[in-house]
Design a binder for this molecule. Structure first.
Ligand SMILES: [Zn+2]
Length: 221
C-alpha cells in the first residue's frame, strides 16, 4: 500500500518504512492473498509499497475483507512498532474505499472486527514482521516467495546492530511525540491506548476500552 511522505527520511525512518511494509506483506501471506513483492525503494515520494498479485476473480465481500485486513495491518503496525505517524494515511483511505464499495454487509462492524483481527495478528507475529523488515532493509525489495520463506522460518535472518538500534530509536521518537501530546502508556500493558484510539471511531474506541490489553481470539494460528 503506497505511503506518501513529504520529508527526506533517515535510516531510522527507513527501518520504520520496512516494518510497515513487512506488516502488510506478512498479513497478505497469512490471509491468503498472493503477494507479488514488497519494497521500500520504489520512488522517493513513498515510504514503500506492497504489490498484491492481480487475480481475475470477482471483487467480492470476501476479497474486500482480505484487502482490508492486509491494509489494516500496516495501520496497526504503526502503534505496535512505534513507527512515525502519518505513514498509514493512505491505508486509512484504502480501508474506507473498500468499505464504501458496499459489498460488505454491516461495514461498521466489519471494520471494527478486521481492525481487531489486524491488531491481534501484528501483536502475535511481531518477530516474523521484524525478520521480513530486516531483509527488506537489506535488499530494498523482496518478491512474494522470498517473503514467504522468511515468514515461514525457512531462511535465517541475522539482525544487524544498526537495525536493532533503529527500532529502539523509533520507540524513543514515538515516546517523545506522545509526551509532547501528553499521552502516556497504559501502566498495565505498556501500550498507548490513546494513540490506538486515533485510528478508531467512537464505537471502536469503546470496544477497545472494554477489552483493552487482550486481543480477541484469532480464528487462525
Ligand atoms: Zn501501508
Amino acid at each position: 500500500m503506497p505511503e506518501s511522505r513529504d520529508y527526506v527520511r533517515d535510516y531510522v525512518d527507513e527501518v520504520g518504512a520496512a516494518i510497515h511494509e513487512a506488516a502488510h506483506a506478512c498479513a497478505a501471506l497469512y490471509i491468503g492473498v498472493e503477494l507479488q513483492y514488497a519494497n521500500i525503494t520504489e520512488t522517493d515520494t513513498r515510504w514503500g509499497s506492497v504489490q498484491l498479485a492481480e487475480d481475475n476473480g470477482p471483487f467480492d465481500a470476501d476479497k474486500a475483507r482480505k484487502y482490508i485486513f492486509v491494509t489494516a495491518c500496516g495501520v496497526l503496525a504503526e502503534g505496535i512498532f512505534y513507527l512515525p505517524q502519518g505513514g498509514a494515511k493512505s491505508d486509512f483511505r484504502g480501508i474506507e474505499k473498500y468499505l464504501r464499495l458496499d459489498i460488505i454487509s454491516d461495514p461498521h462492524r466489519a471494520r471494527r472486527d478486521l481492525m481487531w483481527g489486524a491488531r491481534s495478528f501484528v501483536l502475535k507475529h511481531q518477530h516474523q514482521i521484524l525478520r521480513v523488515a530486516q531483509e527488506l532493509q537489506n535488499h530494498g525489495r523482496l518478491d512474494g516467495s522470498a517473503v514467504s520463506k522468511i515468514y515461514h522460518g525457512q531462511e535465517k535472518v541475522f539482525f544487524t546492530a544498526e537495525f536493532i538500534n533503529a527500532t529502539k530509536e523509533l520507540e524513543k521518537r514515538f515516546d517523545e511525540e506522545m509526551a509532547a501530546r501528553h499521552i502516556s502508556r497504559d501502566e498495565k500493558t505498556g501500550m498507548y491506548l490513546d494513540y490506538f484510539d486515533v485510528f478508531a471511531d467512537s464505537n471502536f474506541a469503546a470496544e477497545a476500552e472494554k477489552v483493552y490489553g487482550e486481543c480477541p481470539a484469532d480464528s487462525k494460528n
